[in-house]
Ligand binder design. Structure first.
Ligand SMILES: Cc1cc2nc3c(=O)[nH]c(=O)nc-3n(C[C@H](O)[C@H](O)[C@H](O)COP(=O)(O)OP(=O)(O)OC[C@H]3O[C@@H](n4cnc5c(N)ncnc54)[C@H](O)[C@@H]3O)c2cc1C
Length: 453
């Protein structure tokens, strides 16, 4: 007979509480911790962990680490920053900058200003790390991506740019455990939260990671988005793809897909964003961390007309820990990064819509899901009050996403040329941003939050 205590420890509890309700955020941590028992399974709803045939898993504390089950931000902040969450919008930080790598090749090769790659290269050259956990686009299949430990400069450079489909980065923990040396790591907010939880608990492999970096993270989309895009351009499907880059060319970059038959599809970043409402991941809708709040340094795109008009590549950086602050200072002093301090208000204005999407929108969506009796991640804080007009805005957003992500809408979208849909979406996006700006921006930098745990 299975006792309650045993049931509490088994993988089936993770399945029941997180995976079956659709709250697996594809961090890959459980795969990295239990590679003998678990494997990754991919379907149209994204990757998820499943038991290997015949395997059993009794594991203590899995739910406490799983970010899809919940994250206790206060606790993590106290551990890593020595104080609770002081800035609920951007996360605890020591300074914010606009910046870029002064190495032209790195800057051009990066998603924005090449800052993440520059930091990894610097640490590697200085001998402070022997490897870096990064994402390799194009392996094992041309359309997929996987985490690797890069152990030379060429590998680090080759793994620059963003990958917008879910990648279970933390499954690399099994390899990290075998690695001899110290590491830097790049991960998305949920992945970083799980890694930090492991470090807090003294997990040996996680503690080999001395520098934790991460991109800002707005939304990501399911692999079906790529399939739909190539089909709407006349290809059969993913199997026709020879290579794919999400941020090719000059900042902000193009989606570039080369087909095996020699055809090349290119779509500006803001055009292929039309795929987002059709294929957005649930993780994007329930995450409340936009600026990757638990890293040493977080990096995003510097969305501001002053920088966008110059092209070339500009990042926004938030330094958080003493290590991250010192690293950026040292690199600026050595002329490896060019940086300019910016104020908190400007940092928030730059990403006002996405901050609102996470810092109010996610809380409303989670509240609605709970009222419908669905399981949702447990977070330890919430906004004290959200105005009625913001609920109305959310109703429109959620209805658009719910309609677009239905099978008929996806099938219809596939029949419309991607270039046309991209232009149409970009126009609508600008209009909607203009229309909803007063409501979304109202007080976003000063929303009050309360601890609930
Ligand atoms: C899914 C996703 C959504 C994003 N949403 C936003 C947004 O809404 N607003 C915004 O300002 N910025 C967003 N970013 C961040 C932005 O795209 C750039 O990553 C960031 O500006 C850093 O640019 P860089 O030139 O310094 O990095 P680069 O020098 O290009 O280095 C990027 C590093 O990130 C790693 N990486 C790429 N994809 C992933 C991934 N999926 N998981 C883990 N590591 C990865 C690469 O391996 C590489 O080491 C997003 C990034 C991702 C991956």
């Amino acid at each position: 007979m299975t006792s309650n205590r045993q049931a509490m420890k088994s993988f089936s509890q993770l399945e029941r509480e997180v995976i079956e309700p659709g709250n697996c955020v594809a961090c890959g941590t459980c795969l990295g911790l239990y590679p003998e028992q678990l494997k990754e399974e991919n379907n149209l709803l994204g990757p998820k962990p499943v038991l290997k045939p015949g395997a059993k898993l009794e594991a203590e504390g899995l739910l406490e680490i799983c970010p899809g089950y919940g994250i206790h931000y206060k606790n993590l902040n106290e551990h890593f920053f020595g104080e609770g969450l002081q800035d609920y919008v951007l996360g605890n930080h020591t300074a914010g900058y606009i910046g870029f790598s002064t190495d032209k090749e790195v800057r051009q090769g990066g998603a924005s200003g090449g800052v993440l790659t520059a930091m990894l290269l610097h640490l590697f050259r200085e001998g402070k790390i022997q490897g870096a956990v990064v994402i390799e686009q194009g392996r094992p299949e041309p359309w997929s991506a996987r985490p690797i430990i890069a152990t030379n400069e060429e590998e680090i450079k080759a793994c620059a740019q963003s990958v917008y489909i879910p990648v279970m980065t933390n499954k690399i923990l099994a390899e990290v455990a075998q690695f001899k040396g110290t590491l830097a790591y790049v991960g998305l907010p949920f992945q970083v939260a799980a890694l930090r939880r492991l470090q807090q608990r003294g997990h040996q492999a996680a503690l080999k990671i001395k520098y934790v970096f991460g991109p800002y993270k707005g939304t990501s989309f399911l692999l079906g988005a790529v399939e739909s895009y190539v089909r709407s351009n006349g290809a059969k499907g993913l199997e026709d793809i020879e290579s794919l880059k999400y941020r090719d060319g000059e900042w902000p970059g193009y989606l570039r897909i080369n087909l095996k038959d020699g055809r090349v599809f290119r779509s500006p970043k803001f055009y292929y964003n039309y795929l987002i409402p059709f294929f957005i991941t649930k993780e994007s809708l329930i995450s409340i961390d936009f600026a990757n709040e638990l890293t040493d340094v977080s990096v995003g795109d510097a969305w501001n007309p002053r920088f966008e008009s110059q092209g070339q590549g500009f990042s926004v950086l938030l330094t958080r820990t003493a290590e991250g602050t010192e690293l950026v200072r040292e690199m600026a002093e050595q002329g490896l990064l060019e940086i300019e301090l910016i104020e908190r208000e400007e940092l928030i204005r730059m990403h006002g819509h996405m901050i609102d999407f996470k810092k109010r929108g996610s809380f409303i969506r989670i509240d609605w899901l709970r009222r419908l009796g669905r399981k949702t991640p447990r977070y330890d804080y919430r906004p004290v009050r959200i105005g009625f007009s913001r609920y109305l805005v959310e109703l429109v957003i959620s209805l658009v996403i719910a309609s677009c992500s239905s099978w008929p809408a996806r099938a219809l979208a596939e029949r419309i040329p991607a270039s046309l849909l991209g232009k149409l979406f970009d126009g609508l996006r600008r209009y909607w941003k203009f229309l909803s700006k007063p409501t979304k921006r109202k007080g976003i930098s000063h929303v009050d939050y309360e601890q609930i745990d």
